[in-house]
Design a protein. Structure first.
Length: 239
């Protein structure tokens, strides 16, 4: 009877040890499997993050060497109701790997003062489709807003010429002129039928005729006759 009892106890003890060992082995397997999945998930998230960072780097490098295009994208963003602008078409995919990719968007722009500030959103994808997004705030210099004039500006300029007085002779006849500098005795003064403007000194010999106003910015020296405009003489009879 005692031997039978001892054998039963030993069998129960062995079965309990086997049960404990089975439970421990199952728990260890599940833990290892879970750790493996967690490691794979972390690796995929890291791949997605690296792809997103690569998109930010690509955008920063591209904007550094493409100022005109960057200004055009900012204008498109502001002129289209501040809707995000997809930049992949201009950035290219040189930094993308076989199993990684990114999408870069311009999502914000502050152009009230210089330097401009832009916000870039980059979403990276790993080989299994895991996504990760990064946002970068960048200052952009060297961009200027240029406004095209709404109306064509026309300047009314009725002067005969604007410049130096070299080459003018007394036999010349000018409608009007602006002499940018001095007009001296070495020049024979021509007949000028409309206003004459001299920014410097004016001196001459002989007779000179000006049909209208004369403007002199410097000193005036006259050694001859000077006639400006028309002089009307009215003779009245004695009463």
């Amino acid at each position: 009877m005692n031997q039978v009892f001892k054998r039963g106890v030993s069998l129960i003890t062995v079965l309990m040890f086997m049960l404990v060992a089975t439970i421990a082995a199952t728990a260890t397997f599940k833990w290892l499997n879970s750790e493996g999945r967690s490691s794979a998930a972390r690796m995929m998230r890291n791949e997605a993050r690296q792809a997103a960072v690569a998109g930010i780097t690509t955008a920063r490098t591209w904007m550094t060497y493409h100022g005109n295009e960057t200004g055009a994208i900012i204008r498109q963003f502001k002129g289209n109701g501040h809707k995000p602008v997809h930049m992949n078409n201009v950035l290219g995919t040189n930094l993308e790997g076989d199993n990684q990719s990114f999408d870069v968007w311009l999502v914000g722009a502050e152009t009230e003062k210089s330097p401009y500030v832009v916000k870039i959103l980059s979403t990276g994808r790993s080989r299994n489709g895991t996504k990760h997004s990064e946002v970068a705030i960048m200052k952009v210099t060297g961009l200027y807003q240029v406004k095209v004039p709404e109306k064509k500006v026309s300047i009314s300029f009725d002067r005969a010429f604007f410049g130096k007085s070299t080459g003018i002779t007394g036999s010349d006849s000018l409608e009007s002129a602006i002499i940018n500098g001095d007009f001296g005795e070495q020049n024979n003064v021509p007949v000028v039928t409309n206003p004459l403007m001299i920014t410097g000194n004016f001196s001459f010999q002989g007779t000179s005729v000006f049909g209208n106003d004369l403007y002199i910015g410097g000193n005036f020296n006259n050694r001859g006759g000077l006639y400006i405009g028309n002089v009307d003489t009215v003779k009245t009879s004695d009463k």
